[in-house]
Design a protein around this ligand. Structure first.
Ligand SMILES: NC(=O)c1ccc[n+]([C@@H]2O[C@H](COP(=O)([O-])OP(=O)(O)OC[C@H]3O[C@@H](n4cnc5c(N)ncnc54)[C@H](O)[C@@H]3O)[C@@H](O)[C@H]2O)c1
Length: 392
């Protein structure tokens, strides 16, 4: 398409693809007088390089957006996210991804796990158990299930051992006790013949409650075990013991083994709540945000040791975490969650998102353009919960 300066002057455009072709297109538009332009690409590095090239000449007429276009949903999110930078008006969209669009980076490569050894904590039920089952079905060499629920652990380790003889071991372990975590990792390494390829720190629990006593009594049923209770400092410490320190202890024990063997991989399971902190879930959100910070710090600290470290949100998933309550509509199965986590891990994604809502949540949560929307949305959640019309 040949562009005429008069056609595009002061118009707004999105250019998708920061390859040479995309950058050339952006430069053509900008030098012809386009108003505002969003340059989008799924690869951060490529986008950074694009910014290096354009920002000196075109300044803030160009905004940069990380976004993929490998599905219809990705396209919709990309356009929605570009809108605030374009004053709500898009005149032109150029898809310059061409034929060289990389394969969707979150495709699950099952063969990546073939022959690997793995430890999964919180593996006696829910997402942890589903991760174990997927790993074994992909041909993992050996897997250790670690959990403190003896009954579920024995039942599932036994069932899986019958299906995969010699490949499965259940280790009773309370992740909040550092010694137990260290012993469990040692026992796993011994079972694996010394090599530990993958650790998934998945054990955790949901923890809704009240930060202080409410100014007016909440219309909650005192006899209902799900009614949120006042959370003491002791509760907060216990929450961090489980959702934060459990994973920290796992990393401490596994990293030296992985350093000695020249590499390995750790996935710490966080939550979308790390990005979308909702009222009456302060304790849970704080533990998961802290775990995310720890994880992403360690990611680069151990990168050069060949250890891949990622955070993973499982997405809303129907598991025992809902404690008998119905999981929210649209909740996925533990297997769906496990497959998305393993898909992200095989591509060494920094942040792995278990569902699309978490993708959006993480993108918007600290973005100044979304401040008003986020306050309005989260305030509505808080008020509905206070009125007892929305479950916590
Ligand atoms: N299900 C969801 O919608 C959802 C959403 C976001 C994050 N998560 C996270 O996913 C992870 C897995 O949760 P799930 O949904 O499968 O729940 P789940 O309750 O089915 O599984 C959690 C497992 O962790 C084990 N566990 C709990 N405390 C432990 C301890 N101290 N030591 C050892 N094991 C312990 C439990 O026995 C259980 O088997 C958790 O970290 C949770 O916070 C879940």
């Amino acid at each position: 398409m040949k562009l005429d300066g008069d056609d595009i002057r002061d118009k707004n455009a999105i250019v998708v693809g920061a390859s040479e072709k995309g950058l050339a297109r952006a430069e053509e538009l900008l030098s012809s007088g386009i108003g505002r332009l969003v340059l989008a690409d799924g690869e951060t590095q490529r986008l950074f390089e694009g910014r290096e090239r354009l920002s000196g000449t075109y300044g803030d007429r160009v905004q940069y957006l990380i976004g993929r276009t490998s599905s219809k949903e990705h396209w919709i999110s990309l356009v929605v996210e570009a809108l605030p930078s374009l004053d709500g008006r898009i005149d032109l969209i150029f898809n310059e991804t061409g034929d060289s669009t990389p394969e969707e980076p979150t495709a699950l490569d099952e063969s990546y796990y073939t022959g690997k050894t793995a430890v999964v904590t919180g593996a006696a039920s829910g997402i942890g158990l589903a991760i174990v089952e997927e790993l074994l079905s992909f041909g993992a060499e050996k897997v250790v299930l670690a959990d403190f629920n003896a009954e579920n652990l024995e039942k599932n380790a036994q069932r899986l051992s019958e299906r995969y003889p010699g490949k499965v071991k259940g280790v009773l372990c309370n992740v909040t006790v550092e010694r137990e975590m260290a012993d469990m990792i040692d026992a796993a390494a011994a079972f694996f013949g010394g090599r530990l390829d993958l650790l998934v720190n998945n054990a955790g629990a949901a923890m809704q409650g009240l930060f202080t006593a409410p100014s007016t009594p909440l219309p909650f049923d005192e006899n209902n075990p799900h009614t949120p209770r006042l959370q003491s400092n002791e509760d907060w410490k216990k929450a961090f013991d489980l959702n934060f320190y459990g994973a920290l202890y796992g990393c401490r024990s596994a990293i030296p083994i992985m350093q000695r063997q020249g590499g390995g991989q750790i996935v710490n399971v966080i939550s979308g709540m790390a990005f979308y902190p909702m009222a009456y879930q302060s304790m849970y959100a704080a533990t998961k945000a802290a775990l995310n910070a720890l994880t992403l710090t360690l990611r680069t600290e151990y990168w050069d040791d060949g250890i891949r470290i990622s955070s993973a949100t499982p997405g809303t998933t129907a598991t025992g975490i809902w404690k008998g309550l119905k999981a929210p509509g649209g909740a996925q199965t533990p297997q769906q969650s496990a497959r998305r986590i393993l898909a992200g891990a095989c591509h060494n994604r920094r942040l792995i998102f278990g569902d699309d809502a978490d993708v959006m949540g993480s993108r918007n949560c600290f973005h100044v353009d979304y401040e008003d929307f986020l306050d309005a949305y989260l305030l509505e959640v808080a008020r509905k919960r206070r009125a007892g019309t929305l479950a916590i």
